[in-house]
Design a protein around this ligand. Sequence first.
Ligand SMILES: NC(=O)CC[C@H](N)C(=O)O
Length: 239
Amino acid sequence: MSTESLRIVWIYPDLLSTYGDRGNMLILARRAQLRGMPVEVLEVRSDQRLPSTADIYLIGGGEDGPQALGAQRLLADGGLHRAVAQGSVVFGVCAGYQLLGTSFFAKGTQYRGLELLDFSSDRGPTRAVGELAGDIDARLGVPALTGFENHGGRTHLGPGVSPLARVTAGVGNDGATEGAWRGKLLGTYSHGPALARNPALADLLLRWATGVHQLPPLDDTWAERLRAERRAAVAAARA
Ligand SMILES: NC(=O)CC[C@H](N)C(=O)O
């Protein structure tokens, strides 16, 4: 951790925050506080400089226009690249995931991404809308992914990244894999919000940020109920 407290930055809430993505910040802060960690949360708007010394950076989803603008601002700012070079954790959702790669499409135009992860995104034949589920890379030690997706993009992974999950319901990157990760950078198409629906993923980010490998367990009764309810909804939609 960079300072006494865990510093979480939410990047551009004015541009990138859909389908409950703000909940990711609330969940991370809460799960850290319940473990006795002091937390500082900073919301950085797109007209502000991005600090490069935070521990965790969150980027949410967005419409094509705000996504393109967000990527351009982040490239011009350079703060996120400096933070990544210093070992910060980054968690990107949907548009915030796509813009971590080399390129993406928005409103029919190809835009340069931040080139922090080895993948590119183009457009799919249809919009992917609905429940998204998958089995997460066993190396991450996190149970099955559950989320909600709504995107027109498809993402093609290069050899420099690993898929976050193998899809069991929905589309994710391309109908086979979902999300991507390398080092302490992780992206997903899951909204819902992703970290409320996948508390183990929130704890993975906290472990990466703090270097603490064993976090005290929390009472996840309500999260488990939500996960079971969503799993049942996916099964019912299939029946
Ligand atoms: N929900 C989102 O963030 C959408 C991302 C992107 N604009 C797409 O449609 O693929």
